[in-house]
Design a protein. Structure first.
Length: 148
């Protein structure tokens, strides 16, 4: 039986090196074959998405994992800018953050986030969350621009 999994490009927008490391490890531990690119602030995220400067050759991500609490331009501003851009708005965004504040949940969805996930502190749970996000966006849903 052939593995029907598709490889997708994932952009992780995260400034906490520990969370970046846990995400990388979660991808490796569960044999997630997606290509993971990482930027550490909102300004770099927008440059990456618009292929500006050092990101001129960056892949267009199929999925964005976005932290809300970022330096220079926070995740809410990134989400708003991305969903206002006709070239970027179709990219699914999963807000992956430590914030459990109801106002962040409501605001993220009002800015058209596709999902809101609170990051577990426990490594095993974190790995499970990343695996579930991966399975959902790779195996369950059809992403824009991807042929089945």
């Amino acid at each position: 039986m052939t593995d029907a999994r598709k490889t997708i490009d994932v952009l992780l927008v995260e400034d906490d090196p520990g969370d970046v490391l846990m995400t990388r490890e979660a991808f490796e531990d569960h044999k997630v074959t997606n290509r993971l690119s990482v930027v550490q602030d909102g300004v770099s995220a927008m440059q990456f998405l618009r292929k500006e400067g050092e990101y001129a050759d960056a892949p267009t991500p199929d999925l964005i994992l976005l932290d809300l609490n970022l330096p220079r331009m926070d995740g809410r501003e990134v989400l708003a800018a991305l969903k206002e851009d006709a070239n970027l708005r179709a990219i699914p965004v999963v807000v992956l953050t430590t914030s459990e504040a109801e106002e962040d949940v409501v605001r993220s969805y009002s800015l058209h986030a596709n999902a809101y996930v609170t990051k577990p502190v426990d490594f095993e749970r974190f790995i499970n969350v990343v695996r579930q996000v991966d399975e959902f966006f790779v195996e369950v849903v059809r992403l824009p621009g991807r042929n089945l």
